[in-house]
Design a protein around this ligand. Structure first.
Ligand code: NAD
Length: 250
């Protein structure tokens, strides 16, 4: 099937499904200027191994080293803006064609784009909390301290602050369990920009009756998908919105 046939098929699958969810990964945000982990040539894993720097062990043993290794990268996430794919998912939700977005991303771009039902299963960078008193505060407090040379950033009680993200070695947060429950009876799951190699999220496609994958590179789930589109998310979702508009105008 050619590209335009795939866009038409995707539009029909979405229009014909009464319970559709999106599952997004780092690839949906590369067009917002945030590198992913595994894209050949540009993925972060080609430079550093996040499993060596973004872990609970490093944070506890040497919080200053943890922040030195991660905060510059995360500050880029907080400044990024949503792209056409994030906006399209928010529009699909408003139009009643999408129930919500399950995202592995911590960049908060679905929320910024206006999506309302978003499960951020690896957390987000809007807030942080103190590892001593558990008090929660805006992530910007942590970032500002680091930028002004205070490393590690501290709570007023003297405890070390940590971002509300799921680090390697952390258990999954509540959003993951809520997202799994929400998927009961899911007719269509549209995966966008994920290598589907990070567990337990990579098990979620099992919960959907039908699967569509929009991803530049191959994933282990491709054989089981009703439709695979190996192209950029921004382009696919721009074309999808045009197709949906044209087919509803007819
Ligand atoms: P991944 O890096 O393992 O895979 C990203 C996939 O997206 C790749 O297969 C690549 O082919 C594809 N891709 C890249 N740009 C694309 C585009 N414009 N359009 C379509 N596809 C594109 O990402 P993952 O599966 O999300 O797993 C990595 C983990 O890293 C996640 O747990 C996530 O929490 C974390 N992460 C998050 C961010 C973020 O918040 N933006 C960034 C880097 C990593």
């Amino acid at each position: 099937m050619d590209y335009s046939g795939k866009i038409k098929t995707l539009a029909k699958l979405i229009q014909g499904s009464s319970r559709t969810f999106a599952l997004t990964g780092a690839g949906i945000s590369t067009e917002s200027g945030i590198p992913d982990f595994r894209s050949p040539g540009t993925g972060l894993w080609q430079k550093t191994d996040p499993m060596k720097v973004a872990t609970v062990t490093v944070l506890r043993r040497d919080p200053a080293a943890f922040y030195k290794a991660n905060l510059e990268r995360w500050s880029v996430f907080t400044e990024a803006e949503p792209n056409a794919a994030h906006y399209a998912l928010a529009a699909l939700e408003r139009e009643g064609l999408l129930e919500g977005v399950i995202s592995q991303n911590i960049d908060g771009l679905h929320v910024k784009a206006g999506s309302e039902r978003v499960w951020e299963v690896h957390g987000h960078l809007r807030t942080c909390h103190c590892m001593k008193c558990n008090g929660r505060q805006p992530f910007s407090n942590l970032l500002e301290q680091f930028k002004s040379g205070i490393n590690p950033p501290l709570c007023i009680c003297g405890g070390v602050l940590r971002p509300d993200v799921v680090l390697f070695e952390d258990p999954m947060g509540e959003d993951f369990f809520h997202a799994s429950q929400a998927l009961n009876g899911c007719q269509l799951l549209v995966v966008v920009g994920s290598s589907l190699r990070v567990y337990p999220v990579a098990h979620l496609p099992e919960r959907a009756a039908r699967l569509v994958i929009v991803n530049r590179d191959a994933t282990p789930w491709d054989d089981r998908a009703a439709l695979v589109i190996n192209d950029s998310a921004g382009k696919v979702f721009t074309d999808l919105m045009t197709e949906l508009k044209q087919s509803s105008d007819v």
